[in-house]
Write a protein that binds this ligand. Structure first.
Ligand SMILES: *[C@@H]1O[C@H](CO)[C@@H](O)[C@H](O)[C@H]1NC(C)=O
Ligand SMILES: *[C@@H]1O[C@H](CO)[C@@H](O)[C@H](O)[C@H]1NC(C)=O
Ligand SMILES: *[C@@H]1O[C@H](CO)[C@@H](O)[C@H](O)[C@H]1NC(C)=O
Ligand SMILES: *[C@@H]1O[C@H](CO)[C@@H](O)[C@H](O)[C@H]1NC(C)=O
Ligand SMILES: *[C@@H]1O[C@H](CO)[C@@H](O)[C@H](O)[C@H]1NC(C)=O
Length: 380
């Protein structure tokens, strides 16, 4: 009888818009910082369920010192209070929707506008309550696995209902993500990714605390989307000329070449590099991106199955975010980190000429899946 009452209350709760997975979250208690830790030989990761953000990633550098190589905040309370997102899941639609609206099946949909320029509304990474800005439910937490569940019923103006599971697994010196979603009711734009701002020196006292000297290589990215001053795609595609500020295909080059803009271009990177691999390819064949620091001797190779990389540097000059306690004193400076986000071509929903519908429109007839792996090595 009591069980029935509980069950009825549960379904009523779900029916009125509550979260059916909240009960799972209650089973998995986080540590004293409000974080969920997973680890394997050589690496240890801590996540918060606020946006599913990776808050720490520890690895031993070439001197055997343990460093934390991601930007983040010290505890879950700070994440909850932070205005915006600092890392975390990107969904339901990673990247941009220009005009904060799109047309699908003869109907115009308006999505949550969260850009900075009021004159030119845009929806960025899923809108105001995109998945990186809300609390996710914790469905599974073991020594080496963490799964978040999301139940998104048309939030931020998107059509249909989306149930998603975001799984993080670690194996020796590697972090794997498998993100999946089964769209319900009707088709809509869907693209899942993850943001992490890397600094492979871990902000060590004697480092520059920026990624300007980190070397980046994007072997399949000879092309990038053309964007206007508001970083909105024009529809055209650029060739990344050899030795130019966007050439990362010809070999590893310091990020400084791309940050050192001349003229009116906004500082830093926030660009869509296309990943053009010859067929057939498999995710594990070759990394789509590699990033390394001479100083710490740490290198990461990024393997992904999406067809573009959004490369974003930390372009915030105001130094308002403090380093995590163990990273040292002071704040994150301009260009403190760089994020490598495997996702589809940004704003593809408003560029039918690119013919990306099969990659970005998902309905009940197909299951969205994206896999990626960060593999680490340390110079001996
Ligand atoms: C770093 O090295 C120490 C000493 O060998 C070890 O205890 C620690 O687990 C290592 N850290 C990581 C993240 O593997
Ligand atoms: C979280 O960090 C802030 C700032 O360091 C601190 O004031 C607060 O007590 C911490 N909260 C918890 C629960 O650890
Ligand atoms: C940075 O510090 C480590 C140990 O603290 C030291 O071994 C290394 O030589 C230093 N690197 C530079 C470039 O000063
Ligand atoms: C930055 O730009 C200036 C002026 O164009 C140039 O002299 C300098 O070599 C550039 N630095 C790097 C690291 O590319
Ligand atoms: C931070 O500053 C305090 C006071 O100046 C100092 O005692 C401490 O060692 C510093 N911590 C780090 C990690 O640099």
């Amino acid at each position: 009888m009591r069980a029935l009452v509980v069950l009825k209350a549960f379904w009523k709760f779900v029916w009125v818009g509550g979260n059916p997975f909240a009960i799972l979250t209650a089973i998995h208690t986080p540590n004293e910082e409000g974080k969920y830790v997973i680890q394997a030989d050589g690496i240890r990761l801590a996540f918060t369920n606020q946006g599913g953000a990776l808050a720490n990633l520890w690895i031993n550098n070439t001197y055997g010192q343990e460093i934390d190589i991601v930007m983040g905040l010290d505890n879950a309370t700070q994440y909850a209070q932070y205005d915006g997102a600092l890392g975390g899941a990107l969904g339901r639609y990673a990247g941009l929707i220009s005009g904060a609206s799109f047309e699908l099946n003869g109907r115009r949909w308006k999505t949550s506008a969260n850009g900075k320029n009021g004159q030119k509304p845009v929806t960025i990474n899923g809108g105001k309550t995109g998945w990186g800005n809300i609390r996710l439910d914790v469905a599974v937490h073991t020594k080496d696995t963490l799964t978040f569940f999301i139940y998104d019923r048309g939030a931020n103006g998107f059509p249909g209902v989306s149930g998603a599971s975001l799984t993080h697994t670690v194996t020796p010196f590697a972090w794997h993500m498998s993100y999946g979603s089964t769209p319900m009711k009707e088709a809509g734009p869907l693209d899942l990714s993850h943001q992490v701002f890397w600094n492979l020196d871990g902000f060590a006292e004697n480092s520059t605390r920026t990624i300007e000297k980190h070397k980046l290589s994007l072997p399949f990215s000879g092309l990038r989307l053309d964007i206007d001053d508001d970083k909105i795609p024009t529809g055209d595609i650029h060739g990344n000329k050899k030795s130019s500020g966007y050439d990362f295909w010809s070999g590893p080059r310091p990020l400084a070449v791309a940050l050192n803009h001349s003229g009116d271009a906004p500082p830093g990177l926030d660009n869509t590099f296309l990943t053009s691999r010859s067929q057939p390819w498999a995710k594990d064949h070759k990394p789509v991106a590699s990033l390394e620091s001479e100083q710490s001797g740490v290198k990461l190779d990024f393997y992904a199955d999406q067809e573009a990389l959004q490369v974003v540097t930390w372009n915030n000059p105001d130094g308002s975010v403090p380093l995590k306690k163990k990273q040292g004193n002071g704040t994150y400076p301009m260009f403190a980190g760089v994020s490598l986000q495997a996702q589809d071509w940004t704003d593809a929903i408003n560029h039918p000429e690119w013919q990306r519908d099969e990659r970005i429109i998902w309905g009940p007839d197909r299951c969205f899946i994206a896999y990626s792996t960060f593999r680490f090595s340390v110079r001996k």
